[in-house]
Design a protein around this ligand. Structure first.
Ligand code: PGA
Length: 215
């Protein structure tokens, strides 16, 4: 299974999100070997979910879940409340580690809560030194210098990092960082990389479509 995960970050309003998804509603059945996951901001999940009813190719995910299970935590969105709405959650993205000071301890709690509520974490690491919590099935390697800079990391280096991470064979390994339609193929032609986590190039549906066509 090849993953193509769109990380919209803090972008798109309701109309933009609905227009984007229209492009993907009728994917031909040859796309059944890919798993496309759209991770919009929280407020867009439900309207997209309504649009995606019965769609078997496209899943929804979030870009985070709360470290709390439920209760008096103003502004938080919990895994418990997201159960049934999403199948995946990006956890540990370097932007959250940097701007929201998320520690390994916090990230481990988030992973546990996601799993408790049947949400598959897409666990992001910045390199081989980041620890990975137990029971993670999808790891996304995203070198910080490559995110949003146009400086994607060479495939050989990505593979080296994968080897150092020493993942179980059952874990899917994704790469993210300045993926575009012109470099995506380099990552997809080898069996070490099981998919891509895509930020900037996922915002334009035409560009994202060109990338998933490579899968
Ligand atoms: P980018 O972002 O594709 O814009 O580099 C990737 C990410 O941060 O997930």
């Amino acid at each position: 299974m090849r993953y193509f995960i769109a990380n919209w970050k803090a972008n798109k309003n309701l109309n933009e999100a609905l227009d984007w998804i229209d492009k993907f509603l009728n994917l031909p059945s040859r796309y059944d070997r890919i798993k496309m996951v759209v991770c919009p901001p929280f407020h867009l999940i439900h309207p997209l979910k309504l649009k995606l009813r019965d769609n078997k190719f496209i899943s929804l995910g979030t870009q985070d879940v709360s470290v709390f299970e439920s209760g008096n935590y103003t502004g938080e969105v919990t895994a418990k409340s997201l159960k049934g709405l999403i199948d995946y959650a990006i956890i540990g993205h370097s932007e959250r580690r940097k701007y929201f000071q998320e520690s390994d301890e916090v990230l481990t709690k988030k992973v546990q809560l996601a799993l408790k509520y049947e949400i598959q974490p897409v666990y992001c690491v910045r390199g081989e030194k980041d620890s990975i919590p137990e029971n993670i099935k999808i790891v996304a390697y995203e070198p910080v210098y490559a995110i949003g800079t146009g400086q994607n990391e060479d495939v050989e280096k990505v593979i080296e990092v994968k080897k150092k991470l020493n993942l179980s064979e059952k874990v899917s390994f994704l790469y993210g960082g300045s993926i575009t339609e012109s470099n995506a193929q380099d990552y997809l032609v080898n069996s070490y990389i099981d998919g891509l986590l895509i930020g900037g190039s996922s915002l334009d549906p035409d560009e994202f479509f060109k990338i998933i066509k490579l899968g």
